[in-house]
Ligand binder design. Structure first.
Ligand code: ZN
Length: 257
């Protein structure tokens, strides 16, 4: 007996061969979040799947829900966006890989969406349309942490609670996820902080408060970009309690982690 399939826009996060002809694919879907499914016959270049189940591709999938376990059955896929530029540039591909790895590390199957799909799509699209890749990475991460419930506090000092102001220097405590004012940085016995300029704090705070379609107005470059990427790297490593390998690779290539 055939079942009526469900449908969703979906971004391919992972794709692995399974047996002789099938593939196991992990998607991030609008509304329902991360989903892993089996695409029967996908390796035999069946028309339903050929050239579609590639990493990062935006698809429209039809699937049926699992009777047992979490694995859905993917009926067919339609290609909506292949992000071709991402595949032609090593640096863009590397940043997209970090976005993918962070998403896989922070989400679980069938755990709902809460806007994550939009953020993921924004990140890939921003890279595809030529936004500076490392700025996209920084802006993606600042939104990503908020999405998973760990918005860094850039509004007041962690230790004395004084609101952020223009008059003094700041650092970032990546364990606590908050800025620390200069006076409090010199206290004995406190964890060391990462340097963070006021300009960078303002841009990152602005990114936190802007919707995704306004992020293209924000620009990070030079030392500010370096500071932002460094704090986001350390904060992410602490939060996720693991090294994001693709990010480590990128950090070794671009800036001192
Ligand atoms: Zn303080």
């Amino acid at each position: 007996m055939s079942e009526l399939g469900k449908e969703s826009a979906a971004i391919v996060l992972d794709c692995q061969d399974h047996g002789e002809s099938d593939q196991i694919v992990t998607f991030y879907c609008r509304d329902i979040g991360r989903v892993t499914g089996i695409a029967k016959g996908a390796k035999r270049s069946q028309k339903r799947f050929v050239n579609k189940l590639e990493l990062f591709s935006l698809l429209f999938i039809r699937y049926t829900e699992p009777r047992y376990g979490n694995l859905v059955f993917i009926v067919e896929a339609e290609l909506l966006e292949s992000f071709i530029r991402l595949r032609q540039s090593m640096s863009l591909y590397m940043v997209a890989t970090v976005i993918r790895e962070l998403t896989l590390a922070a989400t679980r199957d069938l755990d709902g969406d809460d806007g994550f799909f939009s953020l993921l799509h924004w990140g890939l699209q921003a890279l595809e349309t030529g936004r500076p890749a490392m700025t996209v990475l920084a802006l993606f991460q600042i939104k990503f942490f908020e999405q998973i419930g760990y918005r860094p506090d850039l509004s007041s000092c962690l230790r004395c609670n004084q609101p952020f102001g223009d008059l003094q220097g700041y650092g970032f405590d990546s364990r606590a996820g908050s800025i620390v004012c200069r006076c409090c940085q010199t206290e004995r016995g406190q964890a060391p902080v990462l340097p963070l300029s006021q300009g960078t704090i303002k841009i990152l705070a602005s990114a936190q408060n802007q919707p995704l379609d306004r992020l293209h107005r924000l620009h990070l470059s030079g030392p500010g970009l370096h500071e932002a990427l460094s704090l986001l790297y350390h904060y992410g490593r602490h939060l996720l309690q693991r090294e994001i390998c693709s990010l480590k690779l990128l950090s070794d290539a671009h800036w001192e982690g």
